[in-house]
Design a protein around this ligand. Structure first.
Ligand code: 5RP
Length: 230
């Protein structure tokens, strides 16, 4: 990864962490950009910030424990105040592809329970239209072949990830190449209707904002389709 991309991730992560307030329940994302935010949160916790974290993956939970961030069981909280997570692609309308790191199921559950879902990304993640990044689809292992066929009928050529890669919930991931996803909302509904699909990496209507590192600045994309630069 180039050092400028790494810096963009860092800038976005640091700006996002500034949105966290004392006593909040904070969703902790998965992936290299979320990791940078988690390190900054841990630094603030050491300085006295009082929060409780809800991790989106086993790897994030392990990192948070190691860094001394107090965690809470997702089922013991009514809502999550703010979540900071990464994305593999995003559009100006805040449609996202997530799941490159294989944590899309817990990430989507955490996002659904979150009041302010903040996405942190470097500038390579911005696209006019989703689909260059292969869409991760989490499937029950027993259904993998069936789902591959069903995805093909929807125009997506899929491959089971890894040897296979097993998610935190014991499922497989199919990476599906749809080329261009013109209508993420309707594809999302179609994917949810396939028997054996547990969840997929299309996130629409969940992010409140995207903080995108761009050179030495951070560009903010808001849900209301407006942008500004920090
Ligand atoms: C993990 C994810 C990540 O947020 C996504 O892959 C982005 O990762 P990175 O910040 O490393 O580019 O969805 O399931």
């Amino acid at each position: 990864m180039s050092s400028s991309i790494q810096q963009e991730k860092q800038h976005a992560a640091l700006e996002a962490v500034k949105l966290i307030k004392d006593h909040q329940v904070v969703g902790l994302g998965t992936g290299s950009t979320a990791v940078l935010a988690i390190h900054e949160i841990a630094r603030l916790v050491r300085e006295g910030l009082e929060i409780k974290g809800v991790p989106t993956s086993e790897s994030t939970a392990a990192l948070a424990r190691e860094l001394g961030i107090p965690l809470v069981d997702i089922n013991s909280v009514d809502h999550i105040d703010i979540t900071i997570d990464g994305a593999d692609e995003f559009t100006r309308e805040l449609h996202l592809i997530k799941g490159g790191g294989g944590a899309l199921l817990r990430e989507k559950i955490v996002a659904a329970k979150t009041r302010q879902e903040v996405i942190v990304a470097d500038s390579s993640k911005y696209v006019e239209q989703l689909g260059k990044f292969k869409l991760p689809v989490e499937v029950i292992p027993f259904a993998a072949n069936y789902v591959l066929q069903a995805l093909r009928q929807l125009g997506g050529e899929g491959v089971v990830r890894g040897a296979p890669f097993i998610t935190d919930e014991g499922n497989y991931i199919i990476d599906a190449d749809f080329k261009r996803i013109a209508d993420p909302v309707s594809l999302s509904i179609q994917l949810n209707n396939i028997v054996g699909v547990v969840e997929h990496g299309l996130f629409s209507g969940l992010a409140e904002r995207v903080l995108m590192g761009e050179g030495n600045t951070v560009k903010v994309f808001l849900k209301q389709n407006s942008t500004f630069t920090l």
